[in-house]
Write a protein that binds this ligand. Structure first.
Ligand code: NAD
Length: 490
């Protein structure tokens, strides 16, 4: 492993995400030797008045279960420093800058800095502005990189405003916008499968593919995030970001190399060929839902912190079209929602049937051949199934589905980093492949904004689906209209 010297400056160090995901991830990178154990420090900031000791207790609490020894966790935690800081108070940044310089010297970090903003998005711009204005960025040849959490705006205009604010302090190539779906093993495997296998890439087009289906299903409702969620909805929370990113990787052309700039170029090209709907088309091609009650389960409008006339969607299904040579006439169907049958993410690539079914024509019957389907299971297990048509054992020539299955082994599972660990490592290495660029984010907002506008204007007929189902009937009708059906439907 190449160890990188780095000073982290984390805004939101007392927060939930930091505790649950960021500290364990940085600890794993430390254990694996990806952060230089002698040359790293982290300054955590938050509103609370914590001491370094208190902060280190929290760090120990969050990483101990994963430590080889208590000593190891303690040495790791000793690199953590806390500053109580109000991000809206410019004066505080001078102290932060002095502290960063001091720790940089103490640990001989050579000016490499990673700023991580794990706070509510309305603070992103303020923090970025003050970091630059108060000389918190190093200027001695080390790198300065900014990692920011989602959401990146709530529509095109707010995203652009945020981006302009960041751009005053950081260049685009210094900004790492987290989309943790890009850190998932099977999402990255799409690139490996497509561009490492002529067998797959050769048929990855409208000649052989009938349609592609992407499902991000959640079993739970809004839980304690209701307040946030009600102001957002599934379109902003799941479609504009995660779903769009997966679609883009499925649809993009071959990059000329596996470098971030080359991959981004192709992702942007794919997004530019994506058809942005008119409002009428959006009404035709997108479906929204909100869950009702079922037994003990309250309907969405009666969840805590949700207004009882809320028109926020907890479900979205839609059809996305890429207007280029590869994908002409191949619909990409997407769906995501809360309170569905189970928690899972999967991609179903549905291939066309043979033009002639020689088995049926010999018998004078209707074809019973199924579409070949390549299913990539992204969550909760990493699995690939290629469903073919094969022969039933016996003397006749009866057909039956034949599944070629690859399931991730326990060793592979153990070797698979959590998305946050992988993404922080990428940022340390300066590899932006698995982060969302502004061109991608902005295009996705252009697409989502039309749908959002229609939905903010038209009155919905909510609630319209039952908890524990796969969503409203209209989502099935969306495909039935095209003579198709969801591959997963139970
Ligand atoms: P949180 O509310 O638990 O923590 C917020 C942090 O910001 C705290 O450390 C708090 O002290 C600090 N803070 C708030 N106002 C401040 C101020 N004026 N000055 C200084 N510090 C201030 O939030 P979280 O759940 O950790 O989420 C952080 C970010 O990560 C958000 O952008 C969220 O959308 C995103 N995110 C969170 C999760 C998750 O699972 N929690 C998942 C994905 C994305």
């Amino acid at each position: 492993a190449t160890a990188t010297r780095a000073l982290f400056m984390l805004f939101g160090a007392t927060g939930d995400l930091a505790k649950r995901k960021l500290y364990p991830s940085i600890f794993n990178l430390y254990k694996k030797g990806y952060v230089d154990n002698d040359h790293f420090a982290l300054i955590g900031t938050g509103r609370r008045e914590w001491s370094d000791e208190k902060f280190r207790e929290v760090i120990l609490d969050s990483v101990s279960a994963n430590a080889d020894s208590e000593e190891q966790a303690k040495v790791f935690a000793s690199h953590f420093y806390y500053m109580s800081h109000d991000v809206t108070n410019p004066e505080h940044y001078d102290a932060l800058s002095d502290y960063a310089n001091k720790l940089d010297q103490q640990y001989d970090i050579e000016g490499n800095r990673i700023f991580y903003i794990s706070m509510a998005p309305n603070f992103f711009g303020t923090v970025a502005k003050n970091l630059k204005a108060h000389n918190c960025l190093s200027d001695n040849g080390g790198f300065n990189r900014l990692i920011i959490e989602k959401p990146f705006g709530r529509d095109y205009d707010t995203a652009e405003e945020l981006n302009n604010a960041l751009a005053k302090s950081f260049n685009e190539n210094q900004v790492y916008r987290i989309d943790h779906y890009l850190g998932k093993e099977m999402v990255q495997n799409i690139i490996a499968l497509r561009f490492g296998n002529p067998l797959i890439e050769g048929i990855w087009n409208n000649k052989y593919i009938d349609n592609i289906q992407v499902t991000l299903a959640e079993k739970l409702g809004v839980e304690e995030r209701a307040g946030y969620y009600d102001g957002s909805g599934a379109l902003r929370d799941m479609v504009q970001n995660h779903t769009m990113q997966m679609l883009t990787i499925l649809a993009m052309e071959d990059p000329i190399s596996f470098k971030d700039v080359d991959i981004r170029r192709e992702k942007i090209r794919a997004l530019r060929s994506m058809h942005v709907y008119t409002e009428d088309e959006a009404r035709q091609n997108f479906v929204r839902g909100q869950y009702g009650a079922n037994g003990d389960q309250r309907d969405y409008r009666h969840e805590d912190n949700v207004p009882n006339d809320s028109i926020t969607e907890t479900y979205v299904a839609g059809k996305v079209l890429f207007e280029n040579k590869r994908w002409k006439n191949v619909p990409f169907y997407i769906r995501t929602g809360k309170m569905l049958t189970d928690k899972f993410t999967r991609i179903d690539v549905v291939f066309k049937k043979p033009l002639v079914d020689i088995f049926a024509s010999a018998k004078g019957t209707e074809s019973e051949l199924n579409n070949n389907v390549l299913t990539l299971f992204v969550d909760p297990v990493n699995k690939i199934i290629l469903r073919l048509n094969g022969k039933q054992a016996g003397q006749g020539m009866e057909m039956q589905p034949l599944d070629l299955t690859h399931t991730q082994s326990d060793e592979e599972k153990a070797a698979t980093p959590e998305p946050y660990e992988r993404l922080i490592h990428d940022a340390i290495l300066g590899n932006a492949t698995n982060f969302a660029s502004w061109d991608e984010v902005s295009r996705a907002w252009e697409f989502a904004d039309v749908i959002r506008h229609v939905w903010d204007t038209d009155k919905p007929d909510f609630p319209n689906y039952t908890p524990g189902s796969m969503g409203p009937d209209a989502a099935d009708e969306l495909l039935a209209r095209d003579g198709r059906a969801w591959v997963f439907n139970s």
